[in-house]
Each structure stands twice: as structure tokens, then as C-alpha cells.
Design a protein around this ligand. Structure first.
Ligand code: CA
Ligand code: CA
Length: 509
């Protein structure tokens, strides 16, 4: 397809695993979690870790590897036969080494550096809730003009991509669902309830989908991230609060955040992609990177196994027609440079500073092949100061907000993005986490008008219809005389905006 960027290096490193899905295809088989009698000797006090074991895709190999797991001191949690990914728990410190020697194992490694029972802290950043005056408007339909929502005057982001006008032409189809892979979604919020799809929602934490009533909801109001994202995509036009980019489509929640430390571990994300693909979802939104590594290096056996497992799952979803949309990251990193200093990984134990090459070490899922990578802009259509960027990496840009340098002429003068929060609340947040759902919303509008589009075709449409945005002549946002980031490329594709800023109005015309 035109405009699809080459990811040859990554594609070579990670086997494409979809060819046998037709002959293997069944639902994931949950294995017995009962303790195994033949567990090998284990070091005293060794931490119990989770692993992904990625195998060749024939059933005999998968069965043989499953049998080898207890011999290496592990317990099978679940087997995703269609993609050859086995989730294992083990307290044998040599489990990874031992299982990698088994015939048919293509990669295997620990998905965490801290024991399964450990608790940690989370740093969600700070949300800015509405002022009393703004909050009073939330349910006051009379405050709105007939064509707008009570708080829409503060939604500069909708106007920036023509989503206010698009909604009057086509708000999107009920046959399109965007799954929010995140901290859970509070579907009881009055702005989300009308468009929520419970049958396409689950709790995937630990790698096994739990579809019991409400399992997809956030643990507490502090886990607000997924609820904010869901509102940006599909908050209803119902005379209450705010509107989303595609208020006519459905949204679902797939929770992947660990209850102890809030982290998004690989096995949970593998579960989420497979669940979405098997439950008729059209688009996934991924406003996160898979923990515990901000960048996963292919020369490390654990990190390589993480890339392999998550990539198999997201490719499986693409093969079923899903478009996976992901945030670029909030580190103002240039993913087209030769060296990035990562001092935050692993984020579930003690981070160690390392210098990585983003062509060999990957932010997952955003740098995986076929995933739409989204950078963030503010009200001036300039890259947000925090947004990660990179020529050949960013596919499109979308509003994510900029509270420091791009202040809108709105009632609140708040440069961030206003959306839904748990317990019926609203708040402003900024980040590429907010940009990705704007792109996912526009993709949902495109899928509504092009229901037969494949994943690659939908991505091509999203890029072709984006507003091409040239590199700025200067990017010294803090005004100290040095450039804060360097934009490479021309008007039609560059490192700050990819193929441009997504456009909702063009998507429905
Ligand atoms: Ca509303
Ligand atoms: Ca500067």
C-alpha cells in the first residue's frame, strides 16, 4: 500500500506467525493452574515471575513445549495456540534459559523484574478537574446551543480536526467498535453509557480474559486514564458534558493495568489484542507502552521475547482487520536518532540508565509493524513540547494538548484535553495518550464510511486524509535559544507530524 513505511528490520527479527491460524484457530485454551508435582529444584526465595514462551506454530510443537514447561520449573497460565504464545509463572531463576533450549521455542523471557505479588507505586501524572463554574455546566443542557454539548466550548481539540462539523454529517456507525486497552473504562459515566459495548469488554490482567459484569471497570477513581481516553473517542452527543470525536460509534474497555502497581505487563496486552480480535472489534487504542521496559532491545532475551509475544498478538488482530493505533510517547525523544538515554527502565523495580538505539530497541506496541504511531499537537497545530517524534516512525499527529506553550482562546484557557473521568466527572489531561484516541476516533469514522477496508487500507486512508503539516522553521518552545527538537522531512511527511494532523471532517465527506 502507498505510504506504508518499511519496518523491515523489525519484521525480520520477529517471525510473522499468521499463516497457520486457519488450521489452528480455536479460542485460547486455559490450562490447569494447579501446582505441578514434577517441578524442578528451585532456588530458595527466588521471585515468582511471569514469562512469555513463543513457539513455532504447529500444534505438536506447542503441545511438546507445554509439556516441557513443568520440567523447567514453570506452570502454564494460558496458551494462545493461534499465535504460539504460552504464558507461564515460574520461580526457577533459570526458567528462561532452560525453556529457550527446548525444540520449537523461538523466544522466551520474563515479562517483569519484580515478583508477581509485589506492590508498587504509580505515577499517573496530575489531572486538572473542572472549576465549580464549569462543573455546574455539565448537566445543564440549556447552557448549550442545540448543536453543541455543555462543555464543548472548552473542546478546542474537536474544532482543530473538524470533529464538531463531522458529527453533523455522520457521527460514525454503531457497527464500529473501538476497544480502549488501558486502565479500564467506567461505563456507568452518563457520557459513556450510551455508546458502551459490554460484550466486547474484559479484564485481561495476568493474561486471561475475565468477562464477568464490570470486570472492565477501573479499580479506583485514580485509574482514570482509560475512562478519559474512551470519552475522547466516543463520548455521546446527549446534551451532557462533552462529545467525543466519533460520538456515533461504540467503545469498549479492556483492562490491562496491574492492580498492585498499575503497570501494563506484556501478557495482559497479548490477551487484550487477541480478545479484541476475537470479539468483533474494529480498532484498538493503545495509549501506553508495555511495561516494564520503555524500550525493548532485541539483543536481550527477555525483551526480545516481549516484542515477539506482543507483536504476534497485534499482527493477529491486524490479520482479522483491526487497526491498532498507539501513542508515540511523552519523552520528547527522537525515535529516528542513533542514541536515546532511557533512565526509567525497568519501571517495576530499580531503573538502570542505558543508552539505546531506537532502531534496535522498540517502544511496544507503538513501534511494531502496521501499528499507527501518533504524535501530539496543541491548539497552534505545533508538536506538543513533550511529544516523542521521529521521521519514518510517526504516522500521523493529533491533538494531545500543550499546557505550557499553546494556550487556546477558550473559556478555561486550558491547553489540555477535556474528557470523561470515573464517577461522572470531567477533567483536563495532556499527553500523546490523548492524541492517539483522536486518531482512533477519526479511524472509526473512516471505518464507518469504508466498512470493508482492511487494516492497511484504513491506515492509508487515515494518512491520505490528514492535513499535511510542514516542519516549523524553529522549535525553541522555551525560548532559551536552543532548539528543543529537530523536525526532519518535508511538508508531506516528516518527523513531527508524519503524514499530517488527522481530519475528522474529511473522513465523513
Ligand atoms: Ca455528551
Ligand atoms: Ca529551547
Amino acid at each position: 500500500m502507498p505510504h506504508l513505511r518499511s519496518r523491515r528490520r523489525l519484521a525480520l527479527a520477529v517471525p510473522v506467525v499468521l499463516s497457520l491460524t486457519a488450521s489452528l484457530g480455536f479460542l485460547p485454551v486455559a490450562a490447569s493452574a494447579a501446582p505441578q508435582a514434577e517441578t524442578s529444584a528451585q532456588a530458595v526465595d527466588a521471585p515468582n515471575l511471569a514469562y512469555v514462551v513463543n513457539t513455532k506454530l504447529d500444534r505438536r510443537t506447542i503441545e511438546a513445549v507445554k509439556k516441557a514447561v513443568p520440567a523447567a520449573g514453570g506452570t502454564v497460565v494460558i496458551t494462545y495456540e493461534k499465535i504460539g504464545v504460552i504464558v507461564v509463572h515460574s520461580s526457577n531463576p533459570d526458567f528462561g534459559k532452560e525453556i529457550r533450549r527446548v525444540r520449537g521455542v523461538q523466544s522466551a523471557g520474563a515479562t517483569r523484574t519484580t515478583p508477581l505479588t509485589a506492590a508498587g507505586s504509580t505515577d499517573e501524572g496530575s489531572a486538572q478537574f473542572l472549576s465549580k463554574e464549569q462543573a455546574a455546566k455539565v448537566e445543564s443542557a440549556s447552557a448549550a446551543t442545540p448543536d453543541s454539548e455543555p462543555l464543548e466550548a472548552d473542546q478546542w481539540d474537536l474544532r482543530a480536526i473538524g470533529a464538531d462539523k463531522a458529527a453533523k454529517i455522520n457521527p460514525g456507525s454503531r457497527k464500529v467498535t473501538v476497544a480502549v486497552i488501558d486502565t479500564g473504562v467506567d461505563d456507568t459515566h452518563p457520557d459513556l453509557a450510551p455508546n458502551f459495548s459490554a460484550s466486547q469488554s474484559a479484564n485481561c490482567v495476568g493474561g486471561v480474559a475475565d468477562t464477568s459484569e464490570g470486570a472492565w471497570r477501573p479499580y479506583t477513581a485514580d485509574d482514570y486514564h482509560g475512562t478519559h481516553v474512551a470519552g475522547e473517542i466516543a463520548a455521546a452527543r446527549n446534551g451532557i458534558g462533552v462529545a467525543g470525536v466519533a460520538p456515533g460509534v461504540k467503545v469498549s474497555g479492556i483492562k490491562v493495568s496491574d492492580p498492585d502497581n498499575g503497570l501494563f505487563y506484556p501478557e495482559s496486552v497479548v490477551c487484550a489484542f487477541v480478545f479484541a480480535a476475537d470479539h468483533g472489534v474494529e480498532i484498538t487504542n493503545n495509549s501506553y507502552y508495555v511495561d516494564p521496559w520503555l524500550y525493548n532491545c532485541m539483543d536481550d532475551p527477555d525483551q526480545r521475547a516481549i516484542v515477539d509475544a506482543v507483536n504476534r498478538a497485534q499482527l493477529y488482530a491486524q490479520h482479522k482487520g483491526l487497526l491498532n493505533v498507539a501513542s508515540a510517547g511523552n519523552s520528547n525523544h527522537d525515535l529516528d536518532s542513533d542514541a536515546i538515554v532511557d533512565d526509567s527502565s525497568p519501571d517495576d523495580s530499580t531503573p538502570v540508565e542505558r543508552t539505546i538505539d531506537p532502531h534496535e530497541c522498540f517502544d511496544v506496541p507503538t513501534q511494531l509493524p502496521g501499528v499507527v504511531t501518533v504524535s501530539a499537537t496543541g491548539v497552534q497545530n505545533l508538536k506538543s513540547y513533550y511529544s516523542t517524534y521521529g521521521k519514518g516512525v510517526i504516522d500521523v499527529a493529533a491533538p494531545g494538548g500543550d499546557r505550557l506553550y499553546q494556550i487556546p482562546d477558550t473559556p478555561s484557557k486550558n491547553g489540555r484535553i477535556l474528557s470523561t473521568m470515573p464517577n461522572g466527572q470531567y477533567a483536563f489531561l495532556q499527553g500523546t495518550s490523548m492524541a492517539s484516541p483522536h486518531a482512533a476516533g477519526v479511524a472509526a469514522l473512516l471505518k464507518s464510511t469504508h466498512p470493508k477496508a482492511t487494516s492497511a487500507q484504513l491506515q492509508a486512508l487515515l494518512k491520505a486524509q490528514a492535513d499535511a503539516t510542514a516542519c516549523p522553521e524553529s522549535y525553541d518552545q522555551d525560548g532559551n535559544g536552543t532548539q528543543d527538537a529537530v523536525c526532519k522531512g518535508g511538508k508531506h511527511v516528516n518527523g513531527f507530524y508524519g503524514h499530517g494532523i488527522v481530519n475528522a471532517l474529511r473522513a465523513v465527506k
